[in-house]
Design a protein around this ligand. Structure first.
Ligand SMILES: Cc1cc2nc3c(=O)[nH]c(=O)nc-3n(C[C@H](O)[C@H](O)[C@H](O)COP(=O)(O)O)c2cc1C
Length: 232
């Protein structure tokens, strides 16, 4: 899929990576998103940081990779986000996010991002054994019911046996995640009241961006999850 003609990248995309081998390839997402006009910042969990090359990503994005909360009084080193993709999202982070836990910077941004109604796409990635834990599905259902676009299931990325995640990195759906986010932004962006401005659709960070998942997603787990009863 390519971008809609209506698409105007609203600005800053936070690419959040967790502790999975797939995190090594977040530069692929950065490249794709930059081509779509996004200013990309990478945030890693402490375990995600073990898999990435922060210096290379800093050079690629023009922003430092952030791992931990800043100290009181320190300036923000990143511009505020207009949208978030969390991919790969570990079982650990998905479950903690759904529970409202914010004990890493990545989780703090995700918890806050939900409250700010930012467009958020999550791509949980794990092995078949970890995916079988019932808490994961419950967490994904809850997040989807709150407006997160959760991409999960065999159509998105097949589960792999434990210990083989590194072998399947090339299957990871970076392009799909970005396409979904771009589409959320087309849907969310208000139309500029002044057609002569040339801006078309504009970003308005002050506007709540509620999303109707059931009408927007085109299959895969986003729809399946949203159709299930909210376990909360
Ligand atoms: C080599 C390696 C690969 C891992 N891959 C995954 C993975 O793909 N998905 C997952 O849910 N956990 C994976 N884990 C386990 C997580 O790193 C672990 O649960 C960690 O606590 C996640 O922390 P985070 O959610 O803050 O990143 C992996 C661990 C290692 C050592």
């Amino acid at each position: 899929m390519t971008r809609s003609d209506d698409f105007v990248a609203p600005g800053v995309l936070y690419a959040i990576v967790c502790g999975s081998s797939v995190a090594r390839d977040v530069g692929t997402l950065v490249d794709l998103a930059q081509r779509d006009g996004w200013d990309v910042c990478v945030i890693a969990t402490p375990d995600g940081n073990k898999f990435i090359d922060p210096a290379a990503l800093r050079q690629q994005t023009g922003h430092p990779v952030r791992i931990s909360f800043k100290n009181p009084g320190d300036d923000d080193v990143l511009p505020p986000p207009d949208a978030i993709i969390v991919a790969p999202a570990t079982v650990n982070t998905v479950n903690k996010w759904a529970a409202g836990i914010a004990d890493t910077l990545a989780l703090g941004l995700l918890v806050e991002g939900l409250g700010l109604h930012l467009p958020i796409v999550a791509v949980p990635y794990t092995n078949s054994a970890m995916a079988a834990h019932p808490a994961l599905r419950e967490s994904m259902v809850r997040l989807a019911s709150w407006g997160v676009d959760v991409l999960f299931g065999p159509q998105v990325v097949p589960l792999h046996p434990p210990g083989t995640g590194d072998l399947h990195r090339d299957r990871f759906p970076w392009r799909l995640a970005l396409d979904r986010l771009n589409r959320l932004c087309v849907q969310d962006a208000p139309v500029d009241p002044d057609p002569s401005s040339g801006r078309g659709r504009t970003s308005d960070p002050g506007r709540p961006r509620g999303r109707d998942l059931t009408s927007e997603v085109d299959g895969s787990v986003g729809r399946d999850l949203a159709a299930e009863p909210d376990p909360a």
